[in-house]
Ligand binder design. Structure first.
Ligand code: ATP
Ligand code: MG
Length: 578
């Protein structure tokens, strides 16, 4: 492509509303533009990279015999009602009506469509297993769209669905998908780790996320120092610490604590230790019910675990009015004794370690100390509700764990019979008996993968694309203008490379050399060739890799073979790691 004709509006300044490097560079390097909150338009360079990422994904799906389809983006409410997702998606689902007043959702994911069409086409065990997928747009009205295309409201996903006669068969496909995902991400130049993930209310050990470690990651991953245990903190199980050997025999006493409303203040003003305090947090469930969670002062409630514990109900910290109605006091003094209104008291195992606890007692400006957890209040239920953190003990080998941040680029999930049952989908087995197929689903965020590649590959000049996903592989920069012999030489190289199937740009703009070189660095094309009169007189053109600083001198007659070799080398570097 000739840059003169290419729609490539690069910009010098970082957009004021972009917080992370990938977002800034995707705008500056003319990969995309923002249309509105969480909505982005792809420009030619961005689209080429997206297509390369899609194609890598497609090849890896093909390699494990998944068949490509394409579903519509409008999903009739009727389909979303089968598994109650019209309701379950809540505000994340964009809803529209047609002229006949019929409701549709803009597809947030496609389990329903695929289950519907597979059900219509598959009757016998001979037709299974079957894996189908598509690469298409998803719509999600995210609460906080941010970080550019990492969390947007319209994005491209590769989503695959598999159908099986039994669990063992699903296990095999799940493993194949896991391998295909690792390969696909490696081919994009991404190092991923797979971690145990939350599977929502379905529970079980049946979901894995593919994470790229990154400081801008929205997820926190916990790793065991010794064994291979690693998990999203949302999911991480914590080995309960030993229960206190004894609980205090002293009676509890009241302490006047004016204006102390947080654990930190109690620690600073009264010399408490966080690990000897009990926090009582009131949560409102989406059913309207309030529950009280008693948890140790040094740990936090994992709201995902709490929600799973409460059968998938959404939970949020109770508002001030509810706190007052339930505890009788303002926020900061609630406790599990003498609540004004009876609610379920659910205690996290962490408080079992406290010999003599300090906590609120539903009385203004008052806390109590020397609380004996077995004697002084009644716990209705015990549960593991705490959020894992660095230093917690590994549930598998008891060694200490540490944490890192990660960006989730893919997610694989054993769905079980949730959709096949809801759709009343059965298949006849060898004995002509109807069996409900078990299913898996598998997603890759295509745009998020692109942003993640950039997040992992840049310097102060711009993007440094891995060759596999670069919009173009080679950029030729002529030093002199169109009327010169050196420019003609650059054109010859351009035509030669294109004829050999190399994705090549030529910067034929009537611009200063500095501008062209800056743009070449900014857009991150892996191989650059500078063709100028002076170097030609000395018998060479300058070849440079974007990721290196030194220039290589290559004779014009060798340049085609040299570049073909270099390109192969760059691809091999990535593919040899598979
Ligand atoms: P998250 O926890 O980040 O919201 P999710 O669990 O909702 O992700 P899935 O439904 O499993 O995501 O979707 C599969 C993949 O789609 C994710 O791994 C991610 O790469 C991508 N993805 C999900 N939501 C978005 C979004 N809002 N913008 C861009 N990509 C997304
Ligand atoms: Mg989500």
């Amino acid at each position: 492509m000739r840059i003169k004709n290419l729609f490539m509006p690069t910009v010098k300044e970082a957009p004021s509303d972009a917080q992370i490097v990938s977002n800034i560079l995707m705008i500056r390097a003319a990969l995309m533009r923002k249309i509105s909150s969480g909505l982005f338009a792809y420009l030619p360079l961005g689209l080429r990279s997206i297509n390369k990422i899609s194609n890598i994904t497609r090849e890896e799906m093909e390699a494990i015999s998944a068949s490509e389809c394409l579903m519509p983006l409008l999903v009739p409410k009727e389909l979303l009602d089968y598994a109650d997702r019209w309701v379950a998606f809540k505000k994340e689902l964009f809803r529209v009506k047609d002229r006949h007043d019929i409701d549709y959702g803009l597809a947030p994911t496609h389990e329903e469509d695929f289950t519907e069409i597979v059900k219509g086409a598959v009757q016998s065990y001979r037709d299974l297993p079957l894996s189908v997928y598509h690469i298409s747009t998803k719509f999600r009205d995210e609460i906080r769209p941010r970080f550019g295309v990492i969390r947007s409201r319209e994005f491209t996903m590769k989503d695959a669905y598999s159908f099986h006669m039994d669990e063992a068969c699903l296990d095999k496909t799940y493993k194949d998908m896991s391998v295909a995902y690792s390969r696909a991400f490696k081919r994009m130049g991404l190092d991923t780790v797979s971690v145990k993930a939350d599977s929502g209310a379905i529970g079980g050990d049946n979901s894995e996320e593919f994470m790229v470690l990154s400081n801008v990651g929205e997820e926190e991953i916990i790793f065991c120092e010794k064994c291979s245990y690693r998990s999203n903190v949302e999911k991480a199980v914590i080995k309960p610490e030993p229960k206190a050997e004894t609980y205090t025999s002293e009676p509890f006493v009241e302490l006047h604590t004016p204006d102390i409303t947080s654990v930190d203040q109690l620690v600073q003003t009264y010399g408490f230790k966080e690990i000897n305090l009990i926090k009582t947090l009131l949560y409102t469930m989406d059913t309207g019910e309030t529950v009280a969670i008693a948890i140790r002062g040094d740990v936090a409630v994992n709201e995902k675990k709490l929600s799973n514990y409460l059968n998938g109900c959404d939970v949020e910290l109770a508002d001030e009015a509810t706190v007052r109605a339930v505890s009788g006091v303002r926020v900061g003094f609630a406790g599990p004794i003498n609540l004004k209104k009876k609610v379920r008291i659910i205690a996290d195992y962490s408080i079992k370690t406290i010999h003599a606890a300090g906590m609120g007692i539903n009385k203004d400006n008052t806390h109590i100390t020397s609380v004996n957890i077995e004697r002084d209040f009644t716990v209705d239920e015990w549960a593991d509700l705490r959020r894992a953190k660095e230093g917690d003990l590994c549930p598998e080998c008891s060694a200490k764990m540490y944490s890192k941040r990660g960006l989730e680029v893919g997610h694989i999930f054993k769905l079980g019979e949730k959709y096949s049952k809801a759709f009343d989908f059965t298949v006849l087995d060898e004995n002509n008996k109807p069996v409900t197929p078990t299913m898996g689903c598998y997603g890759i965020g295509i745009n998020r993968a692109l942003a993640t590649v950039i997040e992992q590959n840049y310097d102060d000049k711009g993007i440094i694309f891995p060759i596999t996903v670069a919009p173009y592989e080679v950029i030729i920069v002529p030093v002199e203008d169109e009327s010169t012999d050196s420019f003609k030489q650059a054109e010859l190289i351009y035509n030669d490379l294109r004829a050999c199937g190399v994705d090549t740009l030529i910067d034929d703009r009537d611009a200063r050399l500095g501008v062209k070189l800056n743009d070449a660095d900014l857009i991150g094309i892996p191989i650059r060739i500078v063709v100028g009169k002076r170097s030609l007189e000395n018998g060479f053109v300058e070849v440079k890799l974007r990721r290196e600083t030194e220039m290589r001198e290559v004779s014009p007659s060798d340049v085609k073979d040299y570049i073909l070799n270099l390109k192969k080398q760059l691809f091999d570097e990535i593919n040899n790691c598979l």
